[in-house]
Structures are given as structure tokens and as C-alpha cells.
Design a protein around this ligand. Sequence first.
Ligand SMILES: NC(=O)c1ccc[n+]([C@@H]2O[C@H](COP(=O)([O-])OP(=O)(O)OC[C@H]3O[C@@H](n4cnc5c(N)ncnc54)[C@H](OP(=O)(O)O)[C@@H]3O)[C@@H](O)[C@H]2O)c1
Length: 271
Amino acid sequence: MEHVIADPVGTRHVVVTGAGGQLGAALLEAYPGARGLARADWDVALPPPALGEVGLVLHAAAWTDVDGAERDPQDAAAVNVGGTQHAAELGAPLVTFSTDYVFDGTKRTPYVESDPPSPQSVYGRTKLHAEAAAGDEAWIVRTSWLFGWTSTNFVRTMLRLGAERDEVSVVDDQRGSPTFVGHLAAATHELTALPYGVWHVAADGDCTWAEFAEAIFEEAGLDCRVRRISTEELGRPAPRPAYSVLRSERQGAPQLPHWRDGLRECLARLR
Ligand SMILES: NC(=O)c1ccc[n+]([C@@H]2O[C@H](COP(=O)([O-])OP(=O)(O)OC[C@H]3O[C@@H](n4cnc5c(N)ncnc54)[C@H](OP(=O)(O)O)[C@@H]3O)[C@@H](O)[C@H]2O)c1
């Protein structure tokens, strides 16, 4: 069911789950006065605590260890599927975040909302089931390759490695759109004035992880070479889509800045 509502809640009575994560941190900045819940406040695999009046739930808590999910599929599902269902049980409109990994990556043009999902990994399957668990009063935001100024992410890892080493090996056969959490959090405001349902919201432009690493070193002024390797050479347990650029085919979809602008903003926060 789709239903248009104007943003009726402002930032009062907004609950942010996953407040200790990188997107959670950005959402708390974008929604001043929102109540942030970290894992210690609510393990989302368990039913929700009594939270009083809630006007909007921004559900950023998730099992995001893609390789770890292959080893522990039940716990990953308990957090991702069970957690989303529990967030919906709070009884308020819900924004929940999904992933480009619901697609198999065989396309070579951007994935839009009407493309059939076909997840190849346990993580991708749990996130697809989580979409179904979100209920009817939900905006399901599929996004990709998130990075921000907190938590563990590719940008922070590359900054550390780039300062320690002369060369890093990075995969060059996966293409996507690295999305800055600050831009995604700002777009969440726009989204809640739009109809419920699935929305693709990712940065403009695309690149491979190796190209992204080169851009990070260039923007940060680090003298580190990137050795381009294949996914097979890296040998991670979970399969990743070779191509997972997301674009929206829906009218009025929020448009995010280019990933390189996001990278510059993120680096400015880290200096
Ligand atoms: N990262 C990406 O590249 C990416 C791409 C596309 C979509 N997404 C989606 O975007 C959303 C936000 O991801 P993110 O990058 O901000 O991830 P993140 O930095 O890993 O944050 C996730 C947060 O969820 C918390 N969490 C994990 N299990 C929990 C539980 N059982 N109960 C309560 N909290 C729990 C984590 O707590 P701990 O710190 O204690 O583990 C962490 O603070 C997720 O839905 C993710 O699937 C992410």
C-alpha cells in the first residue's frame, strides 16, 4: 500500500536504532532531538521496549558483517529480519535501510526499483526478507557502499592502510556508488514526504573499490599505490555483486551528490 504523508513529525518523537553505527550517527545529526538507541539500549533481535510516543522510526541497526553472516545465518536473520519486524511493531511510520546486495550484479546498467532482486549472499537474503518484514507503513531505502566519519568503513580503513604502507591491494571488478552517510541522512527528510515503498537512494556516479581507494589517497594527500586485484584473488567467503549501481525510476526520488563530493565532506570531518 502506498500512502502520501507530509512530514508530520519534525524531529520530535523520532527514534533512531543503530545509533552507534555510521548511518545512525548521521541520522542523529540530521534529526536534532531524536532519541538514539544503541545496541546496549535495545537488542533489536528482541521485542521492543516501551518507548512512549513514537512518531517516526529510523531503523539503522543491522547485522552488517557480510562475511560473518555466511558463518552465522541464523543470528544474522534474527537481527536483520527479526529486528526490522520489531522496529515495525513500534507502530509508527518506519524508514528502514536495505542494500544493493539484494541484486545479483549481472546487469550492466543501473538497478531500478522494479528490477527483480536475486541476492547471492546470506546477508543479501536477510536484507531482502527484512524488506518484507517492514510492513506497509514503511519507506525501504536501498542504498550502497556506505561510508562516514565513525565506525569501521572502507574510507577509514584506507586512510589507516595508506598511512602505513606503500601499496594496498584492492578489488577492481566490483562497481557501485559509494554513498556518504551525511547525504543519505539529509535525503531521509525528503523521503518521508514521499509515498511509502521501496526507494533507491545512492550517490551519483559510480566506481570500483580500487578507483575509490585511489580517490581517497588523492583527496587525502597520501602517497600509496593501489594494486588492482580480482574478487577471486581476494577470496572473501560471501559473494558480492560485480555491478550494483542503484538509481531510482520513481518520481520525485531524492537525488544525492556525486560520491566524490561525499568523500571530500567525509574527509573534512575526519581532519
Ligand atoms: N555499510 C554499508 O556499506 C551498507 C550498504 C548498504 C546498506 N547498508 C545498510 O544501512 C544500514 C546502516 O548500516 P551502517 O553502515 O551504519 O552499519 P554499522 O556502522 O555496522 O551500524 C550498524 C549498527 O547496528 C548495531 N547492531 C548490530 N546488531 C544489533 C542488535 N542486535 N541490536 C541493536 N543494534 C545492533 C551495531 O552495533 P555494534 O556496533 O554494537 O555492532 C551498529 O552500531 C543497515 O541496515 C545496513 O544493512 C549498509
